[in-house]
Ligand binder design. Structure first.
Ligand code: ZN
Ligand code: ZN
Length: 107
């Protein structure tokens, strides 16, 4: 049977990808706190509670994915603000050169 190899895989299940990984970080540890992991996981469409009987470990790959996600969210937020400001104050042709949207084609 081909299941023997699978049975000897040991590790922890990742809360986000459900894969068994040897290297994971537990969400309620000092290391996770330093990485602000708990708040980053909360950006995902899952509910996470300390005593919800679901895995509290996440793998390194998912941590990287979370970091990318956080970066994307920050970028979108920042650009939304730039666009909003440009729209509010600059669309009357008074857009200053310092504005990141100066001379950008605005539909
Ligand atoms: Zn994972
Ligand atoms: Zn502008």
């Amino acid at each position: 049977m081909g299941s023997t190899a699978k049975a000897i895989v040991t590790g922890f299940i990742c809360r986000l990808c459900s894969e068994q990984k040897k290297v994971v970080i537990h969400l309620y540890t000092e290391r996770a706190r330093k990485l602000d992991l708990l708040n980053k996981v909360k950006l995902m469409p899952i509910s996470l509670k300390k005593y919800d009987n679901l895995p509290k470990t996440i793998c390194e790959q998912c941590i990287q994915r979370l970091e990318d996600q956080v970066k994307l969210l920050e970028k979108v937020k920042k650009n939304h603000e730039i666009q909003r400001r440009h729209r509010l104050y600059h669309s009357n042709g008074q857009c200053p050169v310092q504005c990141p949207l100066h001379n950008v084609n605005w539909p």
